[in-house]
Design a protein around this ligand. Sequence first.
Ligand SMILES: [Zn+2]
Length: 613
Amino acid sequence: MHLSRALVIWCFSLAAVLSGSVVKAEDVHSYARLDQVSTPHLDLVLTVDFEARKLKGHATYTLQRHDDTNQIYLDSSELVIKRTEIRVNDQWLPTKFTLGDIHPSLGQELIVDIGSIADKVRIHYETTPTASGLQWLTPAQTAGKKHPFMFSQSQPIHARSWIPIQDSPALRLTYNATVTTPEGLLAVMSADNSLSEERSGEYHFAMPQPIPPYLIAIAAGDLAVKSISDNVAVFAEQYILDDAAWEFADTPAMIEATEAMYGPYRWDRYDLLILPPSFPFGGMENPRLSFITPTVVSGDRSLINLIAHELAHSWSGNLVTNASWRDLWINEGFTSYVENRIMESLFGKKRAQMELALGYQDLLANMERLEPQDTVLNIDLGTRHPDDVFSQVPYVKGQLFLVYLEEKFGRETFDKFLRKYFDDFAFQSISTAQFKTYLQRELLAKNPDAVSISKVNEWLHEPGLPADAPKPTSDAFAQVEKQMQRWLKGGQLQTEEWTTHEWLHFINNLPLDISAENMARLDREFNLTEIKNSEIAHAWLKLSIVKKYEPARERLRSYLLTIGRNKLVSPLYRELAKTPDNLKWAREVYEQAKPGYHPLTQTVNEALLYDKN
Ligand SMILES: [Zn+2]
């Protein structure tokens, strides 16, 4: 749709001067022309209107001009733009704006006349109830049942659905915000959140470090707060507050461990926001305030590598950021690597190795489904929405690339390299090409026999995994497999020492011809159908679909109705869609669950359940 027109915009390349550093990037997912004028600071004033399911207010940008243009190009999606103003010699004056055609992935370009001397531009606007970056929950959809809840998910290109903005990760900006909510509710942002008990309905925020637009985040609801340490607290609905504070008690130790390896934590506080179960991701690394799914509050601290992951983004992703969504592995590959190093530092090699091996198994299964070109780290997204190409590749293949480099150069050398990398690119956005130049200069050239640049190119630009890629295994899993063989012949399982990881490995590797009697035997002995741990339940329910194990069907229904984390629900819908009877049942459950799912979870799962030819 509107392809010829859009191509003109997609094909420009930009070389922008931002915060004193030159960023060269080609971001096909933004209409912004950062080489003409950029926006280093945002002042946001918003009212949260739960009844209308809208945010209403205005965004004011400080302008930084790089040439003599008299227009600014911003991204918008489903926004209602009311009017625009510019500030000239301290006077606010009305100015003209135009909206471009609607593009299915990118939204609409918003072009505002800024003349030649204005130093600020202000856009008055409202969001629409279907904004892709916001979810609005009724009181009934929260745990407390009394108050509504709303939250944002801006990554990758959804910030534009709740703020008119130059929505490219190549931009970095600071922001201040004033947010008004109904009295008694609390608003929080990816900024300096107050721990005060007061619920006045008007809240002020500052994010003084420059961040990319996709890290601007907001949530509002009936939130309470509990401190874990001097600089770590949990925000959550009351029902889960104490449990979450207990579950994530290791967070301060994780910060210390990461600082020891990769340098200082540069964001002041690190707080966690526990979202309602509909949150579509495991976590989102919004700076100073990671957004976290409640499905990892398992009561045994077995899924806290998720916190290690979101915390790791404070270095990889938030401090050093991918310049475009083609370079997502720079965020996620580094973060998966750092996450695993944090887990090793706190809990030892055995657990870290199990988590690495589980990730590797996920990657292999995932790659079987992907087109070869989508298994490339520096992926060619073309005009596709980054959400449509979401996979384990940037995460685990990226992580394996760094594990490979660590093995080739030795941990000591590689750690020094990484620490310098975080310092050298702090608060910058970089491309794969920039990383490669840096790697060549700082690591390859200094150790000429270890890894060739053609090997690096294979990792970054070729599909699949190189033949000599690490193939993580775990001794603990080898023991699980031995036990499995004995058990399949009628022996007993010794599971007293098993953690969640061993259970996941066991269930995921059961032979697909396992008998109905053995399924029932497992369930009788270990009560797997009713298990609380969301990941083990997921693995068991998925197997139960394949094996047509009917006693798990009601749990499957309630699981799909109460959890909206896409990683946990979409593999179940995908499995159900494989037979006509199951597909019919899945559609019924989906329609019932849909109002509680995030727009992103809806899009992904409707593609699985309805777009079948
Ligand atoms: Zn991540």
